[in-house]
Design a binder for this molecule. Structure first.
Ligand code: ME8
Length: 507
């Protein structure tokens, strides 16, 4: 069976989840669900990054013990993933005992091997990024990501010999053995490699909230070294380099552009040092902006995910975020845009189409529309659905998930215009046979729309199928690869359901 392992970044628990975290996680969930739909063996990992100076300081500021503080925030992430129907196989926390033990085992291995050595670090550290900065990365002396001055650090620490892996890594990136997508980000990484990779401080003397180094208890592990290993420990890896987890290597690490450099330098260098295979692909998506500015609490332009869920519901929130931008690009988002899109695509688009067709079909005697009405030629004149499905699969393969989603709208529009063109509602009394034939075709298309919605809005897919009288459990055992219009032998038993996307209340 084909294996498919996908990860999100593990998120810092210095504050509750925001729309950016939600975006990456919904995207990963959508891709994971798609691969399950193909019948593959899927493992989808997300979790929380709970150590480090940033979290230590935040806990101190609000007067809580770090462990108590991270427990609370991590629970908020888990709660919202449930609300959003996120289907992760595992939620990893870096404060779990097994993770801590595996980090210590693997760092001990690197230390014994000479890849980690005692030295002194002098430089600049941005606590918000939890990253060491070069002077030339700064704008007016400040970290451009967080607009704060990094602190000067001078302390004894253990360094990781990242420079030793530079040439091998550069080659692997160049020839796509470690694929970085979209291409503009590969180019960014290649130009960053031109300056060469330096060794990186892998421990901190003055940060107590971290994993203690097994050979020197006065130092804690650099939070990124700890965090990266989650991609392995989340699969149950215990730090023994001879035991590679069954699902490793990852098919894709999904990340935002803010953490591209570390993912394409420190992480793969650690893997080479551990003699473990590299992930196949790092896919980088852009940022959600508000009026061209990065969303941030200090600017006061943050959109709260809970507000989205209460305004639009879980399924529509998933839809609106995925369709907000081309996957990989930045996008400006605001509630006005979301409202418009909700009304156009969901309430008046998909929701209305399903309701119109189901209403007409429920008027047919006994609401039974069976195989005798099947007519592929007629169906193709509404929309060439097999071709659309092929395109849909290709888009998913290329991780163009927003374009795959847009194909649903394409089908909806084709059906709407066909219904208007043939004045279907009038045909019922004029030519019942033809009426039933067209309706049967439209129901088949709705059935396929159900499949196309499944990774994006699983509950909407189920609700569509339920109204068609489809056995959902049985449906979910099938593979999308076997869904072709010619092969379908469906008998519909219509059961009208609730409106899929209620109209929005005025803001
Ligand atoms: O960096 N738009 O965690 P983090 C889109 N713990 N996505 C955004 C976003 C925005 N405005 N803001 C954040 C960390 N994200 C580390 C990761 S992994 C081994 C350790 C998303 O809480 C995006 O995926 O700062 C980004 O990469 C991630 O949140 C950063 O989350």
């Amino acid at each position: 069976m084909q294996k498919f392992y996908i990860t999100t970044p593990i998120y810092y628990v210095n504050s509750k989840p925001h729309i950016g975290h939600i975006y990456t996680t919904i995207a990963a969930d959508t891709i994971a669900r798609y691969h399950r739909m193909l019948g593959e063996q899927v493992f989808f990992l997300t979790g929380t990054d709970e150590h480090g100076a940033k979290i230590e300081k935040m806990a101190e500021k609000i007067g809580k013990k770090p462990q108590e503080f991270v427990n609370e925030i991590s629970a908020k992430f888990q709660f919202i993933w449930d609300e959003l129907n996120i289907s992760n196989n595992r939620f990893i926390r870096t404060t779990e005992k097994a993770h801590i033990q595996a980090v210590q085992n693997s760092l001990q291995y690197l230390y014994d091997k000479g890849d980690i050595y005692l030295s002194k670090y002098k430089g600049l550290y941005c606590r918000e990024c939890e990253q060491f900065k070069n002077e030339k990365d700064l704008v007016n002396g400040k970290c451009p990501e967080h607009n704060i001055e990094p602190e000067k650090v001078e302390e004894e620490c253990y360094m990781f010999k990242m420079s030793a892996y530079q040439d091998r890594l550069l080659k692997l990136i160049k020839n796509d053995k470690l694929k970085i997508r979209p291409k503009k980000y590969k180019n960014e990484v290649l130009s960053f490699y031109k300056n060469g990779l330096k060794d990186v401080a892998f421990s901190r003397k003055n940060v107590k909230w971290g994993i203690v180094l097994p050979w020197d208890k006065s130092q804690t592990t650099y939070v990124w070294a700890d965090a990266f290993l989650n991609y392995l420990t989340g699969l149950g890896w215990d730090g023994d380099v001879k035991k590679i987890p069954e699902m490793w290597p990852a098919y894709v690490h999904l990340i935002g552009k803010d953490i591209l450099r570390v993912h394409t330098s420190i992480w793969p260098a650690m893997l080479l040092a551990l003699n473990l295979p590299l992930p196949r692909q790092i896919f980088v998506h852009g940022f959600f902006l508000v009026n061209g500015k990065k969303m941030s609490k200090s600017v006061g332009n943050v959109i709260d995910p809970e507000d989205l869920i209460s305004a639009y519901g879980t399924e529509a929130t998933r839809y609106l975020l995925i369709s907000a931008t081309h996957f990989g690009d930045d996008s400006d988002v605001n509630l006005e845009k979301f409202n418009k899109k909700y009304n156009a695509d969901l309430a008046n688009g998909l929701g209305n189409l399903v309701s119109r067709i189901i209403t007409m079909a429920s008027k047919v005697q006994n609401s039974e529309l069976d195989m005798q009405f099947k007519d592929i030629k007629e169906l193709n004149s509404i929309v060439k659905i097999d071709k659309i499905l092929q395109d849909y699969k290709k888009r998913f393969q290329d991780l163009e998930i927003d374009i795959a989603l847009d194909l649903v709208q394409k089908v909806v529009k084709k059906c709407d215009s066909y219904i208007s063109k043939v004045k279907l509602w009038e045909l019922a009394s004029k030519d019942n046979k033809k009426f039933c034939k067209i309706l049967y075709n439209l129901l088949e298309i709705l059935y396929i729309i159900g499949w196309m919605c499944l990774p994006f809005m699983p509950e909407i897919a189920w609700k569509i199928w339920k109204q068609l009288g489809i056995d959902i459990d049985n449906e979910l055992k099938k593979s999308l690869n076997n869904i072709k219009i010619d092969n379908l032998e469906l008998n519909f038993k219509i059961k009208k359901g609730d409106i899929l996307f209620p109209r929005l209340k005025a803001l």
